[in-house]
Design a protein around this ligand. Structure first.
Ligand code: NAG
Ligand code: NAG
Length: 268
């Protein structure tokens, strides 16, 4: 009798749980990735990343309707090298996937790759006035006057004395450095940035082992950085990475990782 109850209970538990993905073959666990939503595929695509000492350059598709992971195999001879902490976005117009920069144990990169889901091919895109490679940059993709742009900001290397926003014009593949008219420089790595009505909003990240909870704004017409908030949380722990989730100019929540803790702080 007891056994029967136990078995029924197991059956009940089993039948109310769904595995995600259904076929139980996700990519192996990894960090330092970007996930990009591709609307016409009803899918989220991830590329590369790392796990301990292993760096990857494989491409995976997670179908949000079927909840199934599939590896996307390419027809290309040349593909981006294994890397983590790169920038990635999908073009609103073509839905091609772009991967910029990132690092692996040998090198920090500043190359731009394009993946076409129809031909299944990677193409290395030459760019003009390319900024030097940086690690821990934040990035955003946006459309302004019907032209697509990709902007990056920040570097983990605190010995660099001047850090700028660099904007890549996706019509010409030419980068442009955005000066600060007041020569005021902000340091940030692993932050978050969005573009909204001609301005960039930058928040969170780390600088000199300090967690940044400030928010700054840089507008294309004024060309100066200004503070919006000014709170600094001093946490004297090494190796802190903060991830902010920004939606509609509100930071919804953030997660702080340190060696032994994960704190998730919800702001509303
Ligand atoms: C995802 O699943 C939906 C529903 O089955 C299908 O229509 C769509 O083509 C799939 N996307 C990909 C990329 O396989
Ligand atoms: C980007 O390139 C296009 C095409 O040449 C040009 O019309 C546009 O003005 C450029 N954008 C900026 C901000 O210079």
């Amino acid at each position: 009798m007891l056994l029967f109850i136990f078995q029924s209970f197991c059956l009940l538990v089993y039948s109310t749980h769904i595995f995600m993905p259904l076929n139980k073959t996700p990519p192996n666990s990894r960090a330092g990735i970007a996930s990009v939503y591709i609307p016409s595929r009803l899918s989220i695509v991830i590329f590369g990343g790392y796990s301990d000492t292993l760096f990857f350059n494989d491409l995976w598709n997670f179908n949000i309707t079927t909840l199934i992971w599939d590896e996307i195999y390419t027809n290309s001879e040349s593909i981006p090298s294994p890397r983590a902490f790169y920038g990635a976005f999908s073009s609103f117009v073509t839905e091609n996937l772009y991967v910029y920069g990132g690092k692996n144990p040998e090198i920090i990169k500043n190359d731009l790759w394009e993946f076409d889901f129809h031909s299944l091919r990677w193409t290395l895109i030459p760019t003009i006035n390319t900024p030097s490679a940086s690690l821990g940059f934040t990035y955003t993709y946006y459309i302004r006057n019907f032209i697509e742009y990709f902007a990056i900001f920040g570097d983990e290397n605190t010995e660099i004395i001047e850090i700028y926003i660099y904007i890549l014009n996706l019509s010409t593949f030419e980068w442009e450095k955005q000066i600060d008219k007041n020569d005021y420089f902000i340091y940030s790595a692993y932050g978050s940035m969005i573009y909204y009505k001609e301005c960039f909003y930058l928040t969170c990240g780390i600088a000199y082992d300090t967690l940044i909870l400030e928010t700054f704004k840089y507008c294309l017409d004024e060309q100066i950085w200004i503070y919006i908030t000014r709170f600094i949380l001093l946490i004297l722990m090494k190796k802190i990475i903060i991830e902010c989730f920004i939606k509609d100019l509100f930071i919804k929540s953030f997660i702080i990782y340190s060696q032994d803790h994960i704190h998730r702080i919800s702001l509303y």
